[in-house]
Ligand binder design. Structure first.
Ligand SMILES: N[C@@H](CC(=O)c1ccccc1NC=O)C(=O)O
Length: 312
C-alpha cells in the first residue's frame, strides 16, 4: 500500500476518519484474523507468561533490579550461557498502550537471543493511571524512566558490545523517543547501536481522540511533545552515530493506520540521515509479530540477531 506522506501543508490523513473509524484503527485486537479479539489478548498474555517462566527457569538472571528509586523502576536481566560483561545488551519495552503489560510477562525474546550470546533486559515502567499526573503528562514520566533504565544498564556494563533497544507498540514509541534523548543530564552516553521498532505508534495526536486516552489524560500539546514523528521532522541534528541502525517493522495484518505510522516514521528517519530499514512482517498481526520473537528461526528474530551479531 502506497502511503502519501504529509506534505508541508498537507493534513494528516487520520483527521478525515470518523470517531468510530479512528477508534477502530487504534484498536489492534480488532484487526486480528486467526482468533477473536478476546482470545488474542488472552493468548498474548499466556505466551508472555510462558516465555517469562521458561526464561527464569533456564537462564541465569538478575530479577527486579532497581534502576531508580520509584517502586515501578525495576528491570530483569537475562544472561547468555557464557556470561560476559562485554555481551551486547538488548533492552525490551513492552506494549499495552502505556496502561497495561508488565516486565513479568514480556520475556518473549529472551531465549532466542541469550542462546546467541546476547544479554536481554526487560524493563518495567510506571503505567497510567498509576503514574502520578503531576507533570505535564504521564508519558513524560515513562519517557524519563526509559531514559534512566538505559543509562543504568550502560553504567552497570560499561564494557558492553552495544546497547540495542526493542519495543512493541507503545513500547516502540518509548524506544523511538530515545532517538531524541539528551544524555548529558544522565552522566553517561549509552553505546546505542540499534533500534528494533515493532508495530509502533510514533504520532500520538490521533490517540488523544480515542478511548485509549482516558487513563493517559494526554493533552494535544502533551501528545505533540511526545511524538517522535513530529520531533524528528523538526530536528535539526543528524544522528550522532551513523552506524546506529533503526529497523521499523509492522505486521501485514496491523491496521492501515498502524502501517501508515510505521511507513511515515521510516521515511522521516531516512530523510533525517538515519541508517533505517523497513520490513512488513508477512502474515502477522499486531500480537503474532511479538510471538515471533519467542522463535529462534522467525524472520523478525533473525533480522534482530543479524543486526546485533554483524557488528562484532
Ligand atoms: N485494548 C488494546 C490492547 C492493545 O492495544 C495492546 C495489548 C497488548 C500489547 C500491545 C497493545 N497495543 C499497544 O501498545 C487492543 O485493542 O488491542
Amino acid at each position: 500500500m502506497e502511503v502519501r506522506g504529509r506534505g508541508p501543508r498537507g493534513e494528516a490523513p487520520w483527521k478525515k476518519l470518523s470517531k468510530e473509524e479512528l477508534e477502530n484503527q487504534y484498536s489492534p485486537s480488532r484487526w486480528v484474523i486467526r482468533r477473536g479479539a478476546e482470545e488474542t489478548l488472552r493468548t498474548y498474555s499466556r505466551i508472555g507468561e510462558e516465555a517469562t517462566k521458561n526464561a527464569r527457569a533456564t537462564r541465569r538472571s538478575l530479577l527486579h533490579v532497581p534502576y531508580g528509586d520509584g517502586e515501578g523502576e525495576k528491570l530483569d536481566i537475562y544472561f547468555p550461557e557464557e556470561v560476559s560483561e562485554a555481551s551486547p545488551f538488548c533492552l525490551f519495552f513492552h506494549g499495552g498502550y502505556w496502561q497495561s503489560g508488565s516486565k513479568d510477562t514480556s520475556a518473549f525474546m529472551v531465549n532466542p537471543l541469550t542462546t546467541r550470546g546476547v544479554a536481554v533486559v526487560i524493563v518495567a515502567y510506571d503505567l497510567a493511571p498509576k503514574a502520578p499526573a503531576l507533570r505535564a503528562g504521564t508519558l513524560d514520566q515513562m519517557v524519563d524512566q526509559v531514559t534512566r533504565s538505559i543509562a543504568f544498564v550502560q553504567k552497570q556494563y560499561p564494557c558492553n558490545e552495544g546497547i540495542y533497544l526493542c519495543g512493541h507498540s507503545a513500547g516502540a514509541h518509548l524506544a523511538a523517543m530515545m532517538l531524541l534523548a539528551n544524555w548529558t543530564t544522565h552522566g553517561v552516553t549509552p553505546n546505542l547501536k540499534g533500534f528494533f521498532l515493532v508495530s509502533g505508534i510514533y504520532d500520538l495526536e490521533p490517540i488523544v481522540y480515542t478511548t485509549q486516552n482516558a487513563p493517559l489524560l494526554m493533552t494535544l500539546e502533551g501528545a505533540q511533545q511526545n511524538s517522535p514523528q513530529l520531533l524528528l521532522e523538526a530536528a535539526l541534528t543528524r544522528p550522532s552515530d551513523p552506524a546506529c541502525h533503526v529497523l521499523v517493522t509492522v505486521g501485514q495484518h496491523d491496521s492501515p493506520e498502524f502501517q501508515r505510522q510505521s511507513r511515515e516514521f521510516y521515511q522521516t528517519l531516512c530523510r533525517g540521515g538515519w541508517n533505517a530499514s523497513f520490513e512488513e512482517i508477512r502474515d502477522a498481526d499486531h500480537f503474532e509479530i511479538i510471538w515471533n520473537l519467542t522463535q529462534q528461526d522467525s524472520v523478525l528474530t533473525q533480522m534482530i540477531l543479524r543486526t546485533i551479531l554483524r557488528e562484532h
